[in-house]
Design a protein. Structure first.
Length: 207
């Protein structure tokens, strides 16, 4: 998965975030270059689909979950890079919401499904890779995601180092420990992540 999600409030407004999709698209391209058959489930971005990758366009987290479930059978690896909205409006207004003078407008939000945790909880789960974009305490929060969502690997970065830009500084967290990658263009970082995924796949097939 890649990019942001978009949760409609009414026909012309919605909740989204500043994810550009660049890291997820770079990873899809790196996986394809490594010989994988790749389905890229993408939220709204301005990016073009990498060569050799099948893109499925979605907007909301629930659409993203459905598209992931359709693409999953037979997959060896699931990599969740999308910045999925944790909450969506409880109701989507059928008509454009009109302002009501100076009164407060209260939006009620309900939790979205966790797509990655859902994939990792399946009996026939593929190798599961998550991303953790944090503004502080990276190691603590990334390790919490690794164990909490029962993942094989988490790619952690500080939002101020990567979100929206062309470069990223990441640390890979897996059950053997922490593996920092050098700061580089997202394409280069993606290759490093794919190399680590391949090492874990080889370990699990040798086990
Ligand atoms: N993810 C997902 N579905 C969600 C939320 C997140 O698949 N509904 C995936 C993301 O693609 C990413 C990882 O989970 O791989 C991020 O974890 P998450 O706990 O959502 O991060 P934050 O939203 O930053 O959560 P927190 O508020 O706990 O830091």
């Amino acid at each position: 998965t890649a990019g942001p999600t978009y949760e409609a409030i009414d026909p012309v407004r919605g909740i989204t975030n500043i994810s550009s999709g660049k890291m997820g698209y770079a990873l899809a391209a790196a996986c394809a270059a490594a010989g994988a058959e790749v389905v890229l489930v993408s939220g709204p971005t301005r990016l073009t689909c990498p060569a050799g990758v099948t893109r499925v366009d979605v907007a909301s987290a629930r659409q993203m979950q459905t598209a992931v479930e359709e693409a999953l059978p037979g997959a060896d690896v699931f990599i969740g890079v999308a910045a999925v909205a944790d909450y969506r409006p409880a109701e989507v207004a059928a008509d454009k919401i009109k302002k009501t003078g100076n009164d407060e407008l209260v939006l009620r939000l309900v939790p979205n499904p966790d797509i990655l945790a859902g994939v990792a909880a399946r009996a026939d789960r593929p190798l599961c890779v998550g991303f953790a974009a944090e503004s502080r305490n990276l190691a603590e929060y990334a390790t919490k995601k690794l164990h909490g969502k029962k993942l094989d690997m988490v790619v952690g970065n500080l939002v101020q180092d990567g979100m929206g830009g062309d470069h990223n500084t990441v640390v890979i967290f897996d059950h053997a420990g922490q593996h920092p990658l050098p700061r580089a263009a997202k394409e280069r970082v993606a290759q490093g992540i794919v190399n680590h995924v391949v090492r874990l796949l080889n370990q699990s097939s040798n086990a």
